[in-house]
Write a protein that binds this ligand. Structure first.
Ligand SMILES: Nc1ncnc2c1ncn2[C@@H]1O[C@H](COP(=O)(O)OP(=O)(O)OP(=O)(O)O)[C@@H](O)[C@H]1O
Length: 368
């Protein structure tokens, strides 16, 4: 096991104008599960491939443990990699697939057998050791790929969307298995995905990438609760964070965000935005609908009128799409919530759940 330190990694592919990774720096602690998350083309795979040694950076440095491996051959980096497509050998049995890397390394037959048995047990593959991949399900084949990676006792485990070829149910169960397995092994892991639920579920920390750069790297709860910018808030969450932009004014007693006919309070700490535009970010599950007849609304909760556009029952919740002064606000209401079509709802926005962003830079503003 080892820590992984990436310093200012720049990579431009020949013929491309923009950089695939643009001075990315990241520190992954020994034993940490780090997820690289971001939309297609943001540079996640390129970063992973540079760590693996399958791509060389234009500049920057990669350190694993106490070794600078930036220009070292892949096989001398002591890493294991699991890819999206189940990269198993079709003409080898499960046992031979799992033990392949060990045999190439010259490990003795008895040791190979022992390690294969150990990995097969961990990944529930023992009954299939003599089978060929053609007779395995997708989930079992991907388990073989993971087993083959973990027998290598690598310092670092690299995984590139290992669950993306599995169907939804298998994905869920394998995700939990993988989390348990990697937790038990304690191997430093770098895991690429564009699936935010997978990222939040698996990662000790999540590095959110955009256009070749890491925009936020923090614990899953932090990236979800305190998105560093509107991109992160708009990428994480299903549906993502709501953003309402207005102009900051003063009603004689307090600062208000004027949305055009309706307004919500603005924290005094943001007084410098008076007269300027400001963006309020709030998660759909943080907004509640005021039930008719309720009077007790907490002091620090603002209410706005929202015109209901769509009501979608999702089983465990109801998703409401509303319009507030021409801007869309999604609300996640309890499963039993029902109302008339086209009704006007009173939406409650608790101050403590509001995040504030500069509309020009998109950056989160500190509100003590
Ligand atoms: N071999 C290549 N040659 C040229 N350009 C490439 C190559 N591989 C990737 N790119 C470009 O580099 C950028 C980053 O690609 P990369 O595959 O790292 O992104 P990603 O975040 O992993 O995307 P995805 O989730 O779709 O796999 C993209 O603009 C992509 O088009």
């Amino acid at each position: 096991m080892a820590e992984v330190v990436l310093k200012d990694l720049v990579k431009t592919y020949p013929g491309n104008e923009s950089r695939a990774t643009d001075a990315v720096s990241l520190e992954v602690a020994d034993g940490e599960f780090m997820v690289l998350l971001g939309p297609s083309g943001c540079g996640k795979t390129t970063l992973l491939r540079m760590v693996a040694g399958l791509e060389l950076p234009d500049s920057g440095q990669i350190v694993i443990g106490d070794r600078d491996v930036t220009y070292l051959e892949p096989r001398r980096r002591n890493l294991s990699m699991v890819f999206q497509s189940y990269a198993v050998f079709p003409n080898k049995s499960v046992a031979d697939n799992i033990g392949f890397g060990l045999r190439v390394r010259g490990v003795g037959a008895d040791d190979v057998r022992r390690k294969v048995a150990w990995a097969a047990e961990l990944l529930q593959l023992t009954p299939y050791l003599d089978r060929y991949p053609a007779k395995l399900s997708g989930g079992q084949r991907q388990r073989v790929a993971v087993a083959r990676a973990i027998v290598m006792d690598a310092d670092v485990l690299l995984m590139d969307e290992p669950l993306s070829n599995l169907d939804a149910l298998l994905r869920l169960s394998f995700r939990a298995e993988l989390k348990k397995l990697v937790g038990e092994l304690g191997t430093t892991t770098l895991y690429v995905t564009h699936d935010q639920v997978e990222a939040l579920s698996l990662g000790d920390r999540v590095a959110v990438m955009r256009e070749g750069a890491v925009v936020q790297c923090a614990a899953p709860t932090s990236v979800y609760d305190e998105p560093a910018d509107t991109f992160v808030g708009g990428f994480l969450g299903s549906p993502p964070m709501n953003f309402l932009t207005g102009t900051v004014g003063h009603d004689g007693t307090a600062l208000r965000l004027d949305l055009g006919g309706q307004s919500v309070p603005v924290p005094p700490a943001l007084a410098s935005y008076k007269g300027s535009d400001l963006t309020l970010g709030i998660r759909p599950e943080s907004v509640t609908v005021e039930e008719p007849g309720t009077t007790a609304i907490a002091d620090d909760t603002a209410t706005v009128r929202g015109a209901l556009q769509v009501l979608e029952p999702l089983g465990s919740a109801v998703l409401l799409t509303t319009e507030v002064c021409g801007q869309t606000v999604k609300v996640q209401a309890p499963a039993a919530f029902r109302t008339e079509p086209s009704s006007e709802l009173r939406l409650c926005i608790p101050a403590g759940q509001c995040r504030w962003y500069d509309p020009e830079t998109g950056l989160l503003l500190e509100v003590p």
